[in-house]
Ligand binder design. Structure first.
Ligand code: KG4
Ligand code: ZN
Length: 348
């Protein structure tokens, strides 16, 4: 059954509302098909709070909650208008219910529940990480399974095997900092600003990626990651070599992180016999990672999906896609369910 769904994402520092349309699930998926039905994104409005947090060098939870509250109504109206949809045409509402900042999550969840009651339509609570996984299906619902997704964001770094939507297995994760956190901390140390990922990405294009041979964390072992030592190596190097340009440091650090991420994604793909390798999360917007990931996957015989940048960083369209699928498969979420800042992906 085709539905028009309004989705809200407020887990961190982006206030986003999307309108998506689709049945969520395919009635009779062929073997190897994901089972997720093609979905139309009618609107995907994302407003960032970066300017509000930049002066503090990172996200301030209370500032984030207040800004979501401030912006959500206008962003919702903008999304409905962009989609050319009236509130009466909405069949379901969804919101990210975790993981994330609790105050920020509660703004989106409370708004979605209020819409659900006011409009008399079902509510779906969505796991933010499942949303990032669905960003891949959103673009290509008939991806060949099983697939391995490298999810790299400001809060998470993980390799997940997706046998089909809803059936996940963790293959590896970070033992300390997340990849995005490492980019942000290195940028802060170099005095480049916040968030560090996009700034380092840009600066790296002017630098020599072979200028400094930074350590590659635990690149030779297993599928877990460690980025904290790489960040410390940058700090120690810069102290000893203050004359080396920030562009060379940025390019060399980025190359080291990308080396580790790509090596482990390929190793994970081989380990589970994946057909497809996908990227997700904010760090998947990184130009060098996108280039190296696609090249390496092709060389090793995997299909690769590198989603559009707009679906990599936090956005409500991916939450809407996951919600349509959940609604078709599991039904609505009870209105007395809450928000959970450390919600885990349900593994099957
Ligand atoms: O997924 P996301 O938007 O929010 C979280 O769920 O965390 O990811 C944000 C993270 C930040 O650490 C940011 O620095 C990083 O993604 N990021 C990038 C790039 N764009 C965003 N890292 C490297 N290169 C980029 N181009
Ligand atoms: Zn995210």
């Amino acid at each position: 059954m085709e539905r028009t769904l309004l989705a809200i994402e407020t887990s961190c520092d982006e206030t986003s509302v999307a309108i998506v349309r689709g049945p969520g699930a395919v009635d009779d998926p062929t073997a190897g098909h994901s089972g997720f039905a093609p979905t139309e994104v009618l609107a995907n409005v994302v407003t960032s709070q970066i300017d509000l947090h930049a002066v503090f060098g990172g996200v301030v939870p209370e500032v984030a909650s207040r800004a979501h509250l401030d912006k959500l109504e206008a962003v919702t109206e903008e999304a409905l208008e962009a989609a050319g949809i009236a509130a009466e045409d909405i069949d379901a509402v969804a919101a990210t219910c975790g993981p994330g900042l609790i105050g920020a999550l509660l703004i989106g969840v409370s708004a979605a529940k209020a819409f659900s009651l006011a409009w008399g339509v079902p509510y779906v609570g969505v796991n933010h990480m499942e949303g990032h996984l669905f960003a891949t299906f959103l673009e290509q619902p008939d991806l060949e399974l099983p697939l391995v997704v490298l999810l790299v964001s400001g809060g998470h770094t993980m390799l997940v095997e997706v046998r089909r939507p809803g059936v996940y297995r963790y293959l590896g994760s970070t033992t300390d900092d997340a990849a995005g956190e490492a980019f942000d901390k290195v940028a802060r140390y170099l005095g480049l600003g916040y968030p560090g990922g996009p700034i380092i990405d840009r600066l790296a294009t002017e630098g020599d990626r072979e200028a400094v041979n930074f350590p590659r964390g635990i690149i030779d072992e297993g599928l877990d990651f460690s980025f904290s030592g790489m960040k410390t190596a940058v700090v120690n190097f810069v102290r000893r070599h203050p004359h080396v340009s920030n562009a060379d440091i940025a390019a060399s650090f980025q190359e080291a992180v990308v080396d580790v991420l790509v090596t482990k994604a390929i190793r994970a793909g081989h380990k589970v016999g994946a057909r497809t390798l996908c990227l997700g999360g904010g760090v998947a917007a990184n130009s060098r990672l996108r280039e190296r990931f696609a090249e390496a996957a092709a060389e090793e015989g995997f299909a690769a999906l590198v989603p559009d940048r707009a679906f990599c960083t936090d956005n409500a369209a991916m939450i809407g896609a996951a919600a349509l699928w959940r609604l078709a498969n599991d039904g609505a979420t009870p209105l007395d369910s809450g928000a959970d800042p450390s919600l885990k992906l349900t593994l099957t």
